[in-house]
Design a protein around this ligand. Structure first.
Ligand SMILES: Cc1cc2nc3c(=O)[nH]c(=O)nc-3n(C[C@H](O)[C@H](O)[C@H](O)COP(=O)(O)OP(=O)(O)OC[C@H]3O[C@@H](n4cnc5c(N)ncnc54)[C@H](O)[C@@H]3O)c2cc1C
Length: 463
């Protein structure tokens, strides 16, 4: 797509935001346009790094007035590569990373260029935490606006369940404060509705006292019986325990014995946030499901759950992924998981199972735009490989895999990739879609914020 930003517009943008505008002729353009997924190769007309809400408003107005496509980027981890535009403007929030913590009040105002890891480390200094996802480098922007499912989901709910307020620049360029009392409909919509309603510049979060957790990696052999029992134990466990089970062929990691390399294993990330002795009791059943291949679960400062393998690795060259909700993992589903992982020809495949429930499930389904409150298990299935030519075969594999274990189409919006417009509808069951489209018509009638998992003002998901 060619640029519709003329050179005068770019020049005036440079004058207004000196040193913060990057164009194709500038050094650093290629690094600045890169997002997490290496296969996303788009060439924006400009990348702009605002430092405050006033500059964000200026960029939003410029995109609106010129008709340019606008990409909003926090951490750049969108599964569909929505953090970069072809020919349009990238509003990159990475220069907005301030965090103001009210230690006594246990709240924080966080600018949306922060990553989950940055926030968590800074909060950890005060023995405080807010739950995000499982990966440090994910941006709090995209993660929060879609919901946020992580290590504290059963104990404290989704990230949005601890979002107290936000500041957001809407399509008219106005900076709005939103919370449960002020513009409540917009506040409802941004808790699950993604980037459809404006650019969030700051979030105000509730924080929890959380110092030491019992957490880390437990590796077990992945037989269908172990997989099914693991999930059953995780569902029965106290809410203090959140579990993420990655079922995959064991890579040659130094902490795994050589004989385990190449075997199908359950790599479980466990996080118990509560009394440590009670935590040991809660974890005991997992350790007896089979002889552990590695048991690295122990007391640790909460922020260290993000650093278990050092720095986050760079994004994959190529990946296909699908996500489904499951009601249970019975023997048949567990067997299907094992069979499909064995059947793929990709060098790396994974079935990730997250056990939900607890605090997340106690929030009424219509209280936020994330309506999947009663879903018990969330699965993410993926294959990583090197060559784009292989995509059709891996796409066919992952599609068939998801159909084999998923019973319905519902999906968590942050786990949707580039799957077409109609798929976004599946993220908003019941009345959620109609309510969101009504709010979209009010705040963004021209669909300025469309480079996302889009909720069109018309409400027509098949457009
Ligand atoms: C390796 C990996 C691990 C993940 N783990 C988890 C997990 O454990 N739990 C979970 O819930 N999700 C997880 N996700 C999904 C993740 O939440 C989404 O991909 C999310 O959109 C990424 O946010 P981001 O800010 O990094 O991405 P970006 O690509 O920067 O943003 C994604 C989209 O969010 C919107 N957006 C971002 N910031 C703003 C803003 N400030 N204002 C308005 N709109 C904005 C835009 O529409 C943008 O296109 C993971 C993704 C990856 C790649």
């Amino acid at each position: 797509m060619s640029s519709i930003l003329d050179s005068d517009s770019v020049a005036s943008l440079r004058a207004k935001l000196p040193g913060r505008v990057i164009t194709p002729s500038d050094d650093g353009y290629d690094a600045a346009r890169a997002v997490f997924y290496q296969s996303v190769d788009r060439r924006p007309a400009v990348i702009v790094r605002p430092v405050d809400a006033g500059e964000v408003s200026h960029i939003v107005s410029l995109a609106r007035d010129t008709g340019s496509e606008l990409a909003i980027r926090s951490g750049g981890h969108s599964l569909a590569g929505h953090g970069v535009s072809d020919g349009g403007i990238v509003l990159d929030l990475s220069a907005m990373r301030s965090l103001e913590i009210d230690v006594n009040g246990r709240t924080a105002w966080a600018q949306t260029g922060l990553t989950a890891g940055m926030y968590t480390s800074a909060a950890g200094v005060h023995g405080l935490a807010t739950g995000f996802g499982d990966t440090a480098s994910v941006g709090i922007g995209g993660l929060t606006l879609g919901g946020g499912v992580g290590f504290l989901v059963r104990k404290h709910g989704l990230t949005i369940d601890n979002l107290l307020a936000a500041e957001i620049v809407t399509a008219d360029g106005q900076l709005r404060y939103v919370d449960a009392d002020t513009e409540p409909e917009l506040f409802w919509a941004i808790r699950g509705g993604g980037g459809n309603f404006g650019v969030a510049t700051r979030f105000r979060y509730r924080m929890f006292e959380l110092d030491t957790i019992l957490g880390g990696l437990l590796v077990l052999p992945a037989t269908p019986g172990v997989i099914a029992s693991f999930v059953a134990e995780a569902e029965d466990a106290p809410e203090e325990l959140s579990a993420i089970a990655n079922i995959m062929v064991a890579p040659p990691m130094p902490f795994l014995p050589a004989e385990a390399h190449g075997r199908l294993v359950v790599m479980a990330l466990l996080c118990y946030s509560g009394d440590l002795e009670a935590g040991e009791r809660a974890l005991a059943p997992f350790r007896t499901l089979a002889e552990p291949i590695a048991d690295m679960v122990g007391p640790m400062p909460y922020p260290d759950i993000y650093g278990l393998f050092g720095e986050d690795p760079p994004g994959p060259a190529e990946e296909v992924a699908r996500s489904v909700f499951l009601d249970a993992i019975d023997g048949g589903v567990a067997e299907a998981i094992v069979d499909h992982l064995h059947a793929s020809s990709a060098p790396l495949t994974v079935a990730q199972l997250r056990v939900l429930g607890g605090a997340m499930a106690r929030v009424p389904a219509d209280q936020t735009a994330f309506a999947h409150r009663d879903r018990r298990i969330m699965a993410a299935l993926g294959a990583v490989y090197e060559r784009a030519e292989e995509t059709p075969q891996h796409e066919a594999w992952v599609t068939e895999f998801a159909a084999a274990i998923g019973k319905d189409a519902d999906v968590y919006v942050n786990f949707v990739g580039d799957e077409g417009r109609a798929r976004v509808r599946d993220a908003y069951p019941g009345n959620t879609w109609d309510r969101l489209t009504g709010i979209k018509r009010r705040y963004d009638p021209a669909n300025l914020f469309r480079l996302n998992q889009n909720i069109p003002p018309s409400g027509d998901a098949r457009r």
